[in-house]
Design a protein around this ligand. Structure first.
Ligand SMILES: *Cc1c(COP(=O)(O)O)cnc(C)c1O
Length: 448
């Protein structure tokens, strides 16, 4: 079967727009759809959509003429429509709903900079974006013109980065960095490149998806001056992969920018293994490597778009082994409360002993792998390539590598201090020989 060609779409309402305007990103931005009247010219609204668009506290709506044209106007359940056109289900609160579900504000040493992980930061450079996703994690700030970041804040962000040498990776997001005025975006990249310990810069952007005409030759020429630069786009459904997106991805790739995709698992949009397989395979066709599939955050307005976690695991089960490894993204739950990204996956390791592991493959074939009996690990201290101090040995990795023996929940010692028996294990780090140091004989049998 030959590859189906990618296609271009334009809603009949825009048929008379000259190509020159249609292909101009500034025209697309200034003609975004956000009122009931504008919507009705392009697609007939449902009652629920009309009620939402008239609600007072609705998270801002903006859709580029290009992106709204990808919607089938006669299908109220269209998967592109569900991502950008609000319904009144958004106004319904749900258990565990939060405004800032990832606790980003708490992790910000200076405004707009989220330092959650040891060696990398998330830098929010604008609150503006080409269109709004209804399930936006940052709906608390995005699209609000009064919440934009100032020059003073930008200088504070740079100052923090200059004095924090463990940061080697800066992820620009927002809002959407690619809607910034080209001069400002270039200034951000140039100033970051002046900091010697920053090795890579990444951009998270949905502009190639919402506004592919923004990916001009001039933009690519500018971006490639600041390598190594990586870019993650955000496509959720194969219907978003148009001729225009394919062309934008091609330009960025030719400029030497590796492209990844971050999708969000959304109810009745892409919560199906057949849709997901089509999505990731079509992404690889346009040379975009699927990176993460996120479980939908516990954010206000997104309750009706959530799926059970089991749906995500079921999808991953249907991808790994069933299609190219390059096409398989990693399923991630971004832990509520700021715990960070946690990968979740079906289990392939069934059991193990000191000489054998038992594994199953994607087909249900069960096999064993014989462990080596003469294994000698490399000695980390002999590795001469280390240029910077290693990040702290945290968590389970710390248990495996460090001197730490266990991780205790808060209050553990107090709860378990029954002050009777002399325990053999005195503190977190050291074994204390029996009876030494306390002047007391240890108990050999428990008190009754
Ligand atoms: C997602 C994220 C990153 C980047 O995480 P990777 O797993 O390296 O892609 C960095 N900082 C914050 C705060 C994030 O949310």
């Amino acid at each position: 079967m030959p590859n189906t060609p990618f296609t271009s779409k334009r809603a009949p309402a825009f048929a008379d727009v000259p190509d020159e305007q249609w292909n101009n990103w500034r025209w697309q931005l200034s003609n975004r759809i956000n009122t009931v009247e504008e919507f009705e010219k392009v697609l007939p609204l449902t009652e629920s959509e009309r009620r939402a668009l008239s609600a007072a506290n609705l998270f801002r709506v903006d859709i580029t003429p290009y992106f709204i044209s990808l919607i089938d106007p006669n299908d109220p359940d269209d998967p592109v429509r569900k991502q950008v056109v609000p319904t009144d289900a958004e106004l319904v609160p749900f258990t565990a709903m939060m405004e800032d579900s990832l606790a980003e504000d708490r992790h910000s040493p200076v405004p707009g900079l989220v330092h959650r992980y040891p060696d990398r930061v998330l830098m929010l450079v604008t609150t503006q974006r080409a269109s709004s996703c209804r399930y936006c994690t940052r709906s608390r700030i995005v699209g609000d013109p009064s919440a934009t970041f100032s020059r003073a804040e930008f200088e504070m962000q740079l100052d923090y980065l200059q004095r924090t040498p463990q940061v080697r990776d800066v992820l620009l997001s927002g809002g959407d960095p690619l809607v910034l005025a080209p001069k400002i975006l270039e200034e951000i990249l140039r100033r970051l490149r002046e900091i010697p310990h920053i090795e890579i810069v990444r951009i998270g952007s949905r502009v190639p998806v919402f506004l592919p005409m923004r990916v001009t030759d001039e933009l690519c020429d500018m971006l490639q001056k600041y390598h190594p630069l990586w870019l993650n786009i955000h496509v959720n459904h194969p219907n978003e992969i148009s001729l225009e997106l394919a062309a934008a991805a091609d330009k960025l790739t030719r400029a030497g920018i590796p492209l990844g995709n971050q999708a969000v698992l959304l109810a009745r949009v892409n919560d199906n293994v057949h849709i997901q397989r089509e999505l990731v395979q079509q992404l690889v066709r346009i040379r975009v490597r699927p990176y993460y599939l996120y479980q939908c955050d516990l954010v206000e307005g997104a309750g009706h778009m959530r799926t059970p976690v089991g749906k995500g695991i079921e999808i991953m089960e249907g991808l790994r082994g069933h299609t190219s490894g390059y096409a398989v993204h990693q399923y991630i739950i971004d832990a509520p409360g700021g715990g960070g990204k946690i990968p979740v996956s079906p289990t392939y390791l069934l059991s193990y002993s000191d000489h054998k592991v038992v594994l199953r493959n994607y087909e249900g074939y069960i096999t064993t792998y014989e462990e080596p009996t003469d294994y000698l690990p490399s000695e980390a201290a002999k590795y001469k390539g280390l240029k910077r101090p290693e990040p702290g040995q945290a968590g389970v990795h710390g248990l495996l590598q460090g001197e730490q023996m266990f991780i205790k929940p808060e209050g553990f010692d107090e709860i378990h201090d029954r002050s009777g028996i002399q325990h053999r294990l005195k503190d977190d780090k050291k074994w204390v020989p029996l009876g030494i140091g306390s002047g007391e004989e240890p108990e050999t049998t428990p008190k009754r």
